[in-house]
Design a protein around this ligand. Structure first.
Ligand SMILES: Nc1nc2c(ncn2[C@@H]2O[C@H](COP(=O)(O)OP(=O)(O)OP(=O)(O)O)[C@@H](O)[C@H]2O)c(=O)[nH]1
Ligand SMILES: [Mg+2]
Length: 219
């Protein structure tokens, strides 16, 4: 019984990975940079996207993943970003997005003129990291309020990402937290990780995020 379950899971992951590879290649061919944002609930993914529209421009598209509600899609729409909401609630309430769902969403949307496609994955630091959605860049957002130990306790999201955005840095003066320790723990899990510290509230550090996006657009 247990062996069978493992086999079924392996097959699901194999199908997911092959669709993910297809997406990675087809979006690259279209010249669209594809970034998957992962994090715990409330670390600031949607706020980051709202501020990105203001600082970077509006030629971005966001596929929003949530178990319930279209609240995040409504928020980014208000910021002038086109978006598509995926809700997993009606289909069992999965806590992550899969590449097949992203593919189906892309078949329904017009990406002409779009430079960057973001996926805002479902708020959860565990499951989204287990499913490759075919992004060119996986980025994990970690807010300073979450504690220094999170990269060590939830390593997969950090291991499977190329960028870590340390968010809400405006709150540092009010917290008993050492940002150098957060960075040390990130590097312990993933020595290759790029790290950007920023506050979407004050805009502090945002120039590094915009630089990162422009650099990767030209690649
Ligand atoms: N002080 C401060 N608050 C922030 C910052 N970024 C986001 N917040 C606040 O943090 C809360 C959660 O932010 P969201 O952007 O909704 O977080 P999220 O990661 O999209 O949340 P889920 O989609 O539910 O996982 C909101 O009240 C934001 O206003 C920041 O840079 N500084
Ligand atoms: Mg959100």
């Amino acid at each position: 019984m247990e062996t069978k379950e493992i086999k079924v899971m392996k097959k699901i992951l194999n199908i997911n990975d092959s669709i993910a590879d297809e997406l990675r290649i087809s979006l690259k061919e279209k010249g669209i940079l594809y970034i998957n944002l992962m994090s715990s609930p409330g670390s600031g993914k949607t706020t980051l996207l709202e501020k990105t529209a203001e600082k970077f421009g509006k030629n971005i598209f966001v596929i929003e993943g949530d178990i319930q509600t279209t609240l995040d899609a409504e928020r980014v729409a208000k910021a002038g970003i086109r978006s598509f909401q995926i809700n997993t609630g009606p289909f069992g309430g999965d806590c992550h997005l899969e590449s097949g769902w992203i593919k189906s969403a892309i078949e329904e949307i017009d990406l002409s003129g779009i430079e960057i496609l973001f996926v805002e994955n479902i708020g959860n630091l565990v499951c989204p990291a287990e499913f490759d959605v075919g992004a060119h860049i996986n980025a994990v957002v970690l807010s300073v309020t979450e504690g220094e130990d999170k990269p060590l306790k939830y390593p997969l999201a950090f291991r499977n990402s190329q960028l870590c955005i340390i968010s809400k840095t405006d709150l540092l003066p009010y917290l008993d937290i050492n940002i150098e320790k957060i960075k040390e723990n990130i590097k312990n899990v993933n020595p290759q990780m790029d790290i950007i510290e920023l506050s979407a509230k004050t805009g502090e550090g945002f120039e590094n995020w915009v630089k990162f996006l422009n650099y990767n657009l030209k690649k």
